[in-house]
Write a protein that binds this ligand. Structure first.
Ligand code: NZQ
Ligand code: ZN
Length: 380
């Protein structure tokens, strides 16, 4: 196990009816701006619950943070927040609203343009914020990351700032999710764990078992959720899996990959494909191209997560990659670039972008533009 520090200050408030606690969680003397997406919370009753819980608090609303939150929108929220002297933010929505709110929180205490903050990558000044999560996937409710897009230049980058002070997770808030978002959320959760697990063997037994536990849970609940996404206990496990999958918990003392994510962000930036859907396409390609380097860990994953024990080393690696791709297909997601009508032009652009930024992604720091090209070609 490598040396590490673990710090996660977010208070998790979990369960049915817990949105009612908002009033206690936000200090009464704060002037609050509540941030929302496109309106799903008005249709599923979450907005009414939030408003009721905020009775007596001084608050304004900002609507319209889109999926893959755009700096163009977030600048408007920062301007409004500054004009209204806001000193606390409450994000109500999925990863996009929460990520966007992280940039707003930082932008409130920054004089320059919000995109400069994204390019700085790390900025830990900012006003405090809490969240009400409506979509399990990103882990943004309990981490300090945000992924921000700039529509003007079709760019999308990760950015690191403060953690939410608290996050309320009510599984009932997920019952209204469109099935495609459920599929993408399950896939995103699964691949977050793979990014922190499918690297090097023998670094930590405890991290391996925790990671495998989350992967096995996702595999177990997926077909059941597809039959009934209004089952409280199933969605509770999904929510916890997503939060624990990317809050630093399975990353302690182990190396991390994130190549699938870095390529996936480019597919979203260039083609607008939903985040989880990009990962379902890229992940099998990453496993194929890096099968030598990751081979021992893929064998462990195949055996412990999928029960693959028969065949030669190569056959077992093939089987593990195949089972992973079939899992994403069972969720109704595409797993090939061709199915999204994406070809050489995009591959060349991603190779060019990785080379321009001197990319050295992955646990071995060896994924540059040329390797990204090979991965994308394996996803055709
Ligand atoms: O905008 P509204 O109307 O609320 O609708 C949203 C949106 O259209 C809808 N939705 C959310 N909760 C719902 C619901 N519809 C019905 N019922 C509900 N309960 O779902 C749509 C997608 O929402 P979005 O927030 O975009 O999805 P997700 O949570 O998957 O977030 C994706 C963003 O997070 C980033 C991604 O790159 C992407 O930009 N990520 C953030 C990470 C982080 N902060 O650590 C890590 C991830 O790897 C990821 O990159
Ligand atoms: Zn992700």
């Amino acid at each position: 196990m490598e040396n590490f520090e673990f710090y996660n200050p977010t208070r998790l408030v979990f369960g049915k009816g817990m949105i009612a606690k908002l009033g206690e969680l936000i200090p009464a003397d704060r002037r609050v701006m509540i941030t929302f997406g496109g309106g799903s919370v008005k249709r599923n009753g979450i907005y009414d619950q939030v408003k009721a819980a905020m009775t007596g608090h001084d608050f304004i609303e900002f609507w319209g943070i889109e999926p893959n939150p755009a700096v163009e929108t977030l600048r408007k929220a920062i301007d409004l927040g500054k004009a209204e002297k806001i000193d606390f933010l409450l994000a109500v929505g999925g990863g996009s609203v929460i990520d966007g709110t992280k940039l707003i929180a930082a932008g409130m205490l920054y004089d320059g343009d919000a995109w400069d903050l994204v390019l700085k990558r790390d900025y830990s000044d900012g006003i405090p914020f809490g969240t009400v999560l409506t979509l399990p996937a990103t882990g943004s409710e309990m981490n300090n990351g945000a992924v921000i897009s700039r529509q003007e230049s079709q760019e999308k980058y990760d950015f690191y700032t403060n953690y939410p002070v608290f996050s309320i997770l009510d599984p009932e808030a997920t019952f209204s999710l469109p099935p495609k978002q459920v599929s993408c959320g399950l896939t995103d959760t699964f691949i977050h764990v793979l990014e922190q697990y499918l690297t090097t063997c023998g670094q930590s037994r405890i991290m391996d078992r925790w990671a495998e536990g989350i992967l096995q849970t996702i595999i177990e609940i997926t077909p059941k959720i597809k039959k009934d996404q209004c089952d409280y206990d199933l969605m509770a496990d999904f929510m916890m899996a997503a939060t624990m999958g990317l809050n630093g918990f399975v990353a302690m003392g182990v190396t991390q990959d994130w190549v699938t994510h870095m390529i996936g962000h480019e597919l979203t930036a260039l083609h607008g494909i939903t985040h989880g859907a990009t990962l379902a396409i890229v992940c099998p390609g990453t496993m194929k191209v890096l099968r030598e380097q990751k081979g021992d860990k893929i064998l462990q994953y195949g055996e412990r997560v999928w029960g693959i024990t028969e065949g030669s080393r190569d056959e077992r690696i093939d089987a593990a990659i195949d089972r992973t791709e079939q899992f994403f297909r069972s969720l109704g997601l595409n797993t090939r670039l061709g199915e999204e009508q994406i070809g050489e032009e995009t591959i060349a652009e991603i190779e060019r972008r990785f080379n321009a930024r001197h990319a050295t992604y992955g646990e071995a720091h060896n994924v540059n533009g040329a390797v990204a090209r090979r991965i994308l070609e394996a996803c055709r």
